[in-house]
Ligand binder design. Structure first.
Ligand code: FES
Length: 425
């Protein structure tokens, strides 16, 4: 069972399906649920297989729930707050015992719910209603419909997308050049991967974290969290955040979107309790232990999160190899790994997988970047200074730069040194 290693500093009370949970204010609500022992939070839309948080970065559907009457909220992206009501959705019964799970057992070869009993009078209507229930996701909010908010346009001197290691480095250098810098990131907290390295592995990043923190506190730059750079249209960037939609036209655009967690294809890889190593690292750095028997699998090309996790999780077993299958029904109970010395099956109550990460290339591709396909995914190609085109740059893991403090600093310096003076306003 997961548990907290430290007393809460600023406790708040949430409600998960009516049960009270005490959590740390501001931490991701998904982490609050995990820390309280709720590994399964959601159900898959069609077969109702149990799902749990796997990425903590809005990239899986394992943490979807209804939050304060709003459906389909990624609970890894909302901060725990007093009185928050989190409800499971898309279940008949409870998230632990969802009767619609039967669809998985009755149709082991898969099911086309659109055509099931189609054309059979009477039965067809019943099946349509059931299909909607089986495949739907959430109910509309009961309250007032929010009126559309107007989008507005504005100029930005230097816009950095991503507040991880590459974004922080570049933003700090731009500030030194007296640029008016704005940093946006869709996460809850800034720092990106640098915050997901617990224990001694965090040390090499502490100077960067401190420098960026000081810059934010001193107002040297503008930082907007929970703000998504949703698209690029020519010279404009569509930003979506709590304040609504904006079309920003930056003088310089730096794409520092980092990398997606690697996901390996093995049987049972969607069981609750299986997490990416970066997610597990962040959870560990928030003082939550994932389980009593945690297995960390370090796949070829993975790192550095798995080893960092294994060094701080009590009794964790680190295995180098490739997961072949995970067993369990409502949560992971064991994993079989192909290692250099043969197959190994290990009992576990949490499985952490450290697989090669894939560059988060999508925004750079919209900006016109050239992509190269590698086994881990698409890597953004730039010139030596990190330029994609004109005043658009891509820096950091998105271009294949190693997640290493010196490498990140060098990449940021190359980009900022090559910048021409900003365009006249
Ligand atoms: S989307 Fe929230 S944990 Fe993956």
């Amino acid at each position: 069972m997961p548990r907290r290693l430290e007393p809460l500093r600023d406790p708040v009370k949430l409600h998960f399906d009516g049960r009270a949970i005490v959590a740390e204010r501001g931490e991701p609500a998904a982490v609050s649920l995990l820390a309280a022992g709720h590994l399964a939070i959601a159900r898959s839309p069609k077969f109702h297989r149990p799902r749990g948080p796997a990425c903590l970065r809005a990239a899986c559907d394992g943490c979807l729930a209804r939050v304060d009457d709003v459906p389909n909220v990624m609970t890894c992206r909302v901060p725990a707050a007093d009185g928050m009501r989190i409800e499971t959705q898309n279940v008949v019964g409870s998230v632990d015992t969802d009767l619609l799970r039967m669809s998985d057992w009755f149709f082991p070869e898969g099911m086309n719910h659109h055509e099931l009993f189609a054309g059979v009078p009477g039965v067809q209507q019943v099946m349509q209603a059931l299909a909607r229930r089986v495949a739907g996701l959430g109910r509309l909010p009961a309250g007032e419909i929010e009126p559309p908010r107007e989008a507005h346009r504005r100029q930005v001197d230097a816009l950095v997308v991503g507040a991880g290691p590459a974004g922080m480095n570049t933003a700090l250098l731009l500030v030194k050049q007296a640029r008016r810098v704005e940093v946006v990131d869709d996460a809850l907290v800034w720092g990106g991967s640098a915050r997901a390295l617990p224990g001694e592995a965090a040390g090499p990043w502490s100077a960067l974290i401190e420098a960026f923190s000081n810059a934010v506190v001193m107002g040297d730059l503008r930082l907007r969290m929970r703000t998504t750079a949703a698209a690029i249209f020519g010279e404009d960037v569509l930003l979506a955040g709590e304040e609504g939609l904006e079309l920003a036209t930056p003088g310089t655009l730096v794409i520092a979107t980092g990398a997606h967690d690697g996901v390996l294809p093995f049987e049972g890889n969607d069981l609750p309790g299986i997490l990416s190593a970066r997610a597990a690292g962040w959870i560990a750095s928030l003082g939550v232990e994932l389980g009593e028997r945690v297995v960390v699998v370090l796949a070829d090309g993975g790192g550095p999160f798995g080893e960092a996790c294994a060094s701080v999780i009590r009794g964790a077993t680190l295995v180098k190899g490739t997961p072949l299958r995970a067993g369990g029904s409502s949560r992971v109970k064991e994993v079989t790994v192909a290692t250099a010395s043969g197959e190994q099956t290990l009992r576990c109550d949490a499985l952490v997988v450290d697989a090669p990460r894939a560059p988060a290339y999508e925004l750079a591709a919209q900006a016109g970047a050239t992509l190269a396909h590698e086994p881990r995914g698409f890597v953004v190609h730039t010139d030596e200074a990190g330029r994609v085109r004109g005043r658009v740059y891509a820096v950091g893991e998105v271009t294949g730069t190693a997640l290493h403090p010196a490498a990140m600093a060098r990449a940021a310096a190359a980009a900022v040194e090559s910048l021409a003076p900003p365009a006249a306003p």
